[in-house]
Structure formats: C-alpha cells, structure tokens
Design a protein around this ligand. Structure first.
Ligand code: GLY
Ligand code: MN
Ligand code: MN
Length: 435
C-alpha cells in the first residue's frame, strides 16, 4: 500500500456514527464502485466509492458491507465481503485482500467472500424491518451512468418489495461532514504534498513553459510522495484562461506578464486537498495584478474568520459577497451607487466573482455535508474567493483548506505561502537555483 490507512478503531467509530442514526430493525448495505470500461479490453483505474471506504477502509472492487445492529446472531451485526482471490488473480493482478487482512484493516470480525453475499442476504433480510440503501444525493450529482450500488439496490428491491426502504445518504452526509481526528490528519498529509508541489512550481515557473509542463511537475511531486495523483482534474490557467472557471486543457504557453491560476490538490489515502494559487509567470506582479491579488487575499482572510460553529453557510456566503462588493468598488470594477441600487437577488459582484466561496472537503473534493444546518466543529471547508476580469485577461483565486474548531478555525494551509512578498521571494530564489 502506498499510503498509511486510518486505524481500525477510526473505521469502527465511523460505523458507530452510522449505526446511531439507524432505526430499529434496519439492515444497511453498501457497495463498491464498478471498474469502469474505456474501450476494447481497457478499463479506468479503480476508484472506490467514498461511503464504503469511509466505513471500512477497503479500497478494492466487489467489496460489500452489511450493517445490521439488531441481528439475532451477534456475528451477523457487521459483515464485510471481499473478492475471493485465486492463484490466477494473483498472477495477473497481484495480491488482493485476504479475509484476515481485510478484517485487521477494517476492524470487522466477520469477513466473507463476495460470492457468499446472495446467500447471506437471503438469510438476513427476512429478519430486518427496513433496508437502508445508499444513493448519490450530492447537491450537484448529475451522472448518467448507473453505479454498481444503484444496480444492486434495484435487485434487492425487486427481491424484497415489501420491506420499507430507508435512505443512507442523509446519514452518510451527517457522519462524513464532521471529520474524525485521523481523517483530518490524512487531509493534512495530502495538503503537505500539495504544498511541496507548489514550492517546486514556484522555483521552476518561467515564461515560455507550457501549462502542461507545470502540470507535469506537480504530478511528479504527488506520485513520488505516495499520492495516487490528483484529487480532481487540475487547472493550470495562464492569462485569459484563468477567467474560464473550469479550464482543464492546460495546453497554452505561460506568457511573460501574465498571472497563472493553478488549482490543484493531491489525494492521499483517498482524502482530497484543494489548493489554488495565482502567481506571476515572470516572478513579479504588476501593480494592478498586486492590487487585485491583495483584494482577493483580504476577502479570503476575512471570510475564513466567519467560518464559526453555529453559522449557516447561506448567511456566510452573503457576508462574503458583501466583502467582495467593497473590494470590487475599490478596484474600480463596480460603481458604489449601482451597487446600492442593485437587485439583491442578482448582486453585481457576480460579474467578477461567480462561484461559491466554500465547500466541504474530505473523501470527495466537493465533499458531502450538511448545507442547511449550522457549521459545526470538525468540518473542513475550502475558502476560495476569486476575481475574474475578462477584459484584463486576469483571473485570481486563492484557495485554502480550513478546519472549524470549537471556537475558531485552523488554517490547514498555514505553511503554504500566499502573501505577495513571499511568493515573489520564493520565485526569485528559484531563478537563482536555475541560473
Ligand atoms: N478544485 C475544485 C474547486 O476548487 O472547487
Ligand atoms: Mn480548487
Ligand atoms: Mn475548491
């Protein structure tokens, strides 16, 4: 394994959180993702479904987890199914989890081969009152492809049409939104690697490089530090490209005088980090670039202080909008009188800052969480204001990752430079190293 997994006691704690929210007589079923095809005999690298991974730590296809706290036989209260390995699989694909290894990692005593699942279901479902089935209730989910979990849920519902169905998704969103200590440590490891990659870029960036050459440097640093790679498709957007919010082609030349917006973050042990830095390609901000940069930085610092337990995210986003409005007026981009007369439903700042400021971060980069409940201790958020001025071919975003504590925040990016002077000094150092 290229990463250190969380401990079995943390996975036990995750399952306990889930169980606490179940009704009596509930049986919950969680499935892995499929291995997705490409074409011919090709397939994409396996990506485990976040929920089953959260509950047991098994990063392997065809894994199934049953949670049945009221089962008559205590051995049936938690059952983990893993794909049976064979000499042929060992030759072609390498080692898979043995039952003992899967048990030690997850802290689950009853581990069986996946081929037993149908028989176990037949035996247990008649004992259960409710079937807890999982589904993707992420606010922005929109995938047309049916997941393995959705397929298996349909099968189960067809077999047992008279059982009442309960939703796992709200339980998972609640459980996953407040991170356990080891989860925060895992995110911090991802952030540390991402920070190293940023330092490398600061030392090597220069006019004439292609955006994908910068991407290559980042990817190299991720992989050599035990990450499997990017937690999401990275954005390396120089000049005008920074104003295209989801720019991912990364195929243009970084020009002298431009700022490059870099939004990247590695995964470590399944957990994401999510950084954005916007730096001058030639190592020195122009006065205008510096002004816009510092406006974004002030909004970021003020916004971070607003992420407190008890605050609602909708109110927070409104407050950040007001901060941004002030900065855009000072930069001469908005007119104070027009802002005073604006339709509050369509604030003018959205012309230059058109995305949200914060999202939950964890196993998914846009992690699941409780958007309509107050912020609570243990939640991890990004803080990522930006100003995008298409007519100036300038886009600046600065993004840090923040842990909410009982009475404040911890900036998990505190060691990653973001002040103008720090960035310029580090870039100048890089030039000396190269020269
Ligand atoms: N990198 C995706 C985001 O910042 O939300
Ligand atoms: Mn980002
Ligand atoms: Mn983000």
């Amino acid at each position: 394994m290229r990463y250190t997994p969380l401990s079995a006691s943390t996975y036990r704690e995750h399952r306990a959180r889930y169980r606490q929210q179940m009704e009596k007589g509930g049986l919950a079923v969680f499935h892995s993702n499929d291995i997705m095809p490409t074409s011919a005999d090709g397939s994409m690298p396996f990506h485990q479904a976040a929920d089953i991974f959260y509950l047991c730590g098994i990063d392997q296809e065809e894994t199934i987890l049953l949670l049945f706290p009221d089962a008559y036989d205590p051995k049936d209260r938690e059952i983990l199914f893993v794909r049976e390995t064979s000499p042929s699989i060992a030759i072609w694909e390498g080692a898979k989890f043995s039952q003992a290894e899967a048990g030690a990692l997850s802290g689950i005593a009853n581990v069986q081969w996946t081929s037993n699942y149908d028989a176990v279901i037949k035996r247990l479902v008649p004992q259960a009152q409710h079937l807890y089935l999982n589904s993707n209730e992420h606010l922005r989910q929109g995938n047309e492809v049916e997941t393995r979990e959705e397929r298996k849920n349909k099968e189960l519902r067809a077999l047992y049409p008279l059982h009442s169905i309960r939703r796992s998704a709200p339980i998972m969103h609640r459980s996953r939104s407040r991170k356990t200590r080891e989860e925060v440590e895992q995110i911090a490891k991802a952030i540390a690697i991402t920070g190293k990659a940023f330092q490398k870029v600061l030392h090597s960036l220069k006019p004439g490089l292609k955006e994908y050459e910068v991407e290559a440097e980042i990817t190299r640093e991720f992989i050599r530090n035990g990450s499997r790679g990017h937690a999401y498709t990275p954005i390396l957007a120089s000049g005008f490209n920074a104003c295209v919010l989801h720019y991912i082609t990364n195929d243009q030349v970084c020009n002298d005088g431009d700022v490059i917006l870099m939004d990247f973050g590695c995964e470590y042990g399944g957990y994401a980090s999510d950084l954005t830095r916007s730096v001058p390609v030639n190592g020195k901000f122009t006065p205008r670039q510096r002004d816009v940069y510092n406006a974004v930085l002030r909004v970021q610092k003020e916004a971070t202080k607003l992420l407190l337990p008890g605050v609602f995210l909708a109110d927070y986003h409104k407050q950040v909008g007001a901060l941004m409005e002030k900065e855009l007026i000072a930069l001469g981009l908005l007119d104070e009188k027009e802002v005073a007369a604006q339709d509050p439903e369509k604030p003018l700042y959205k012309k230059y800052f058109m995305h949200g400021t914060s999202h939950f971060l964890g196993l998914d980069v846009h992690d699941v969480g409780l958007w309509n409940e107050p912020i609570a201790e243990g939640m991890v958020f990004t803080v990522e204001p930006g100003i995008y001025i298409r007519e100036e071919k300038l886009g600046i975003r600065i993004e840090n990752n923040i842990l909410v504590t009982k009475d404040g925040q911890i900036d998990l990016f505190k060691d990653i430079p973001r002040e103008v002077d720090e960035i310029e000094a580090l870039m100048a150092q890089g030039k000396k190293v190269v020269a």
